[in-house]
Write a protein that binds this ligand. Structure first.
Ligand code: CP
Length: 327
């Protein structure tokens, strides 16, 4: 029986380098253990006494599926709410009462929501209850997506065989409203010598709070709208979709986002050991003809999400040692 304070996953700001390397090792280990039937049987017993609810009030394919499958790997029983439209919130129930109800029935809440601070609110509510339970932020409005950043960092760790230091990453696209952009920036602060090339249309430039964060931590960064230059200079190309679901008046229609699409011709500019990433879903930011290039890592990145999210849940329930000691 493990005890101690409940661990929530609320923001990329909460992680230090040691915890990140523990999660990387755990994810690698779980991936390996799961290759055998005995290993899978072992993993399935670890949290078979737990229940979780996945409340996704915004659309999702891979975050939902990877968390659901991560729970299954660890034996956790799950319940779904895939839309606020199926919640009694449509009958006028408050989000607080909805969270209270999820808390009544389960041992963990995994939540994606358009409001920025629902995960923090839930953590705050239940920390003071007689049954504190972990809360995982699976994407909060245009602000944060910490578990995406964890799987992104894990992907970089694997691609560069553990050598994340002194890398240059180009983050391209909707930097203003892309929650993965803020979360990944915060997380990569843990790796010395990281440099950022932010590439975007002026209307979708990096928000002031993220720039302040970079300046405060003396992290080198450049901003431009020059995609070709960023592709030539960077070790990691991180492309993102325009987040037009946050438009107020269809303002994205006035932006020429095609200038920020990777094209097959960019492969000739890209260094031979660089990698291309994308949190997905994509539209036209990366054409499918790039998928076959060995430097295209976005499908591996997506698979890494399953192992990283299984590691995150194991870590939250303090099962790291039990898994790492499995032989
Ligand atoms: N990257 C990501 O969050 O994808 P989904 O919206 O499909 O979950």
């Amino acid at each position: 029986m493990n005890s101690g304070p409940v661990t929530h996953i609320l923001s990329s700001l909460q992680f230090d380098t040691d915890t990140l390397y523990t999660l990387f090792e755990l994810a690698d280990r779980i991936r390996k253990i799961s290759k055998s039937k005995d290993g899978l049987d072992f993993l399935r017993t670890i949290l078979s006494h737990k229940r979780a609810v996945l409340y996704f009030a915004q659309p999702s394919t891979r975050t939902y599926l990877s968390f659901n499958n991560a729970c299954q790997i660890l034996g956790i029983q799950t319940s779904d709410m895939r839309s606020a439209a199926t919640s009694s919130e449509v009958k006028g129930e408050s989000i607080e009462d909805t969270l209270e109800t999820m808390h009544s029935y389960t041992d963990m809440i995994i939540i994606r929501h358009s409001e920025d601070d629902i995960a923090e609110k839930a953590a705050w509510m239940f920390n003071r209850s007689d049954k504190p339970i972990p809360i995982i932020n699976a994407g909060s409005g245009p602000v944060e997506h910490p578990t995406q950043a964890l799987l992104d960092a894990y992907t970089i760790h694997r691609a560069f065989k553990g050598k994340i230091k002194n890398k240059t990453i180009a983050i391209i696209g909707d930097l203003r409203r892309g929650r993965t952009v803020r979360s990944l920036t915060y997380l990569l602060k843990n790796f010395p010598g990281i440099r950022f090339n932010y590439v975007s249309p002026a209307e979708l430039a990096l928000p002031a709070d993220v720039k302040n964060y970079l300046q405060k931590h003396e992290i080198a960064f450049e901003e431009s709208d020059n995609l070709d230059k960023a592709v030539r200079k960077s070790d990691i190309i991180y492309s993102t979709r325009i987040q037009d679901e946050y438009d107020q008046h269809h303002e994205s229609l006035a932006i020429d986002y095609t200038k920020f699409y990777l094209k097959k011709s960019h492969l000739a500019l890209l260094k031979k050991d660089s990698i291309i990433m994308h949190p997905l879903p994509r539209r036209n930011e990366i054409p499918a003809e790039i998928d076959a290039d060995s430097r295209a890592w976005y499908w591996k990145q997506e698979i890494n999400g399953l192992w990283m999210r299984t590691a995150i849940i194991s870590h939250i329930f303090k099962e790291d040692g039990y898994i790492l000691n499995y032989r």
